[in-house]
Design a protein around this ligand. Structure first.
Ligand code: PHE
Ligand code: NA
Length: 453
């Protein structure tokens, strides 16, 4: 216990960390990305692999990340370095901290664009800009929204500014308060949408699509995508959970917290699927329509719903807030590092990383208009940010941390932090030593095999 660092800013209140970590986890990943990826990779098989990855890789990896964060009490770079040094290992291992910080930054650069869509649609919902009776009308609205780099850029810039403002003030202040109404509100709204869908067609088809587990249908590409999404949706290997873990009080249970966050996140994703796919099938839309999927299908569904125009506004408010509470967590690692190591104030750290972020996110935003043909190997800048982080950096980071915790570092550290029963600890060890690494490596090998054909 003597090696423990002194904590600086602990989460306030009994639920502080759980709320903040859930705020980080629940976001566009659940409501925007999960449905469109499930649509793209053919439904149930993708969902099954994704759920298996949450259980076998995501949960052990999240426990490990929080343990690193709390033990090291610092930005991911310093936390990993300190835990390594406590075990007599060199500071080279902090490379995994660097990679996760970079991943968080890269994700945020395209995340703000999608959060910008959400704000733009909130505005359209309020001002009556989402009229039209067909999927084609909605596709036209989505296309027009992306076509103008100035307005699209204005929305993503707004998201960047708000994010940096919140981060500059300190994440502890606003997040806890907002999450208290956001989570129940989100669940309630999704329930209303699901109940409506049950009585209005497309529901049976949606359930079959989401839960008919034909694993044979899944490609290697889909397998890798499902694993990557498990990391993305739980905010793993992106600095977020580890940075937040640094503020976790010593007496809180890491295991209990992890399960709460993972269960909330998974429930919201599955509910989002059940709320959104009926609208897709009822309107004869192609589930594989890509990143615009929810923006093209939901406005149609809301038009048909009683009180739909009000519900639609509520929906986009929630989506935007959910996106913000995630965005804030992605930059926390960078800001923590800049304040701890470079002696900057939080404000200065937030705004200077904000400028770099703004440049990158502008490039990502241009992928939908001027820069649509700035492609490399068939992917534009936006796609590359997503692809590199989700498919490669996050799973590799997770692999590294699990193997470090399982083999390289002193086990007492993790016994101290996780405080599991003997059996549970043995199970955690089994997961981080063999099950998660093997799963990750096998999926990588499978994916590489396909790429070389
Ligand atoms: N988990 C968030 C979501 O599902 C995204 C995220 C990724 C947040 C990485 C933080 C770090 O939307
Ligand atoms: Na998520």
């Amino acid at each position: 216990m003597t090696a423990r660092q002194q904590p600086k800013n602990l989460w306030i209140g009994r639920w502080g960390f759980v709320l903040a970590a859930t705020g980080s986890a629940v976001g566009l990943g659940n409501i925007w990305k999960f449905p469109y990826m499930t649509g793209e990779y053919g439904g149930g098989a993708f969902v099954l692999v994704y759920l298996a990855c949450i259980l076998c890789i995501g949960i052990p990896a999240m426990m490990t990340e929080i343990a690193f964060g709390r033990r090291g009490r610092g930005s991911p770079i310093d936390a990993v370095k300190r835990v390594a040094q406590e075990s007599g290992r060199g500071k080279i291992w902090s490379g995994f901290g660097w990679m996760s910080m970079l991943a968080g930054f890269m994700i945020l650069s395209f995340y703000v664009v999608v959060a910008g869509w959400s704000l733009a649609y909130l505005w359209k919902a309020i001002s009556g800009g989402l009229q039209g009776g067909s999927v084609d009308d909605m596709a036209a609205i989505f296309g027009a929204n992306n076509a103008n780099p100035l307005t699209l850029g204005a929305w993503s810039t707004l998201v960047t500014v708000v994010t940096m403002f919140i981060v500059g003030k300190g994440v502890q202040e606003g997040i806890e308060r907002n999450m208290r109404w956001m989570m129940p509100g989100m669940v309630l709204l999704l329930l209303v949408m699901i109940v409506y869908a049950m009585f209005s067609g497309g529901f049976g088809e949606a359930v079959t699509f989401l839960f008919s587990f034909e694993v044979g249908k899944l490609s290697s590409e889909g397998l890798l995508a499902a694993m990557g999404h498990a990391f993305f949706t739980l905010s793993l290997s992106a600095g977020a959970i580890m940075a937040y873990g640094a503020y976790l009080p010593d007496n809180k249970s890491i295991a209990r917290t992890t399960f709460t966050v993972a269960i909330c996140d998974t429930l919201i994703a599955l509910m989002a699927g059940l709320a959104i796919f009926p609208a897709i099938f009822a309107n004869g839309m192609d589930p594989a329509s890509g990143p615009g999927l929810i923006f093209m299908s939901l406005p149609l569904a809301f038009q048909q719903m009683p009180l739909g125009s009000v519900l639609q506004v509520i929906f986009f408010v929630m989506l935007s807030v959910a996106a913000l509470t995630s965005a804030v967590s992605m930059i926390e690692a960078t800001v923590a590092w800049l304040t701890e190591r470079k002696g900057m104030s939080r404000k200065a750290a937030a705004w200077s990383s904000g400028i770099v972020l703004w440049l990158l996110s502008t490039l990502a935003m241009l992928s939908f208009n001027l820069g649509a043909d700035w492609t490399f190997a068939g992917k534009n800048f936006f796609d590359w940010l997503d692809y590199l982080t989700s498919r490669w950096m996050m799973p590799l980071g997770g692999l590294g941390l699990c193997l470090m915790a399982g083999f390289l570092l002193r086990d007492e550290i993790f016994r101290d932090e996780l405080r599991l029963s003997k059996r549970q600890h043995a199970l955690w060890l089994l997961m981080v030593r063999y099950v998660s690494p093997l799963g990750i490596v096998l999926i990588f090998i499978d994916a590489l095999g396909v790429m070389s054909i």
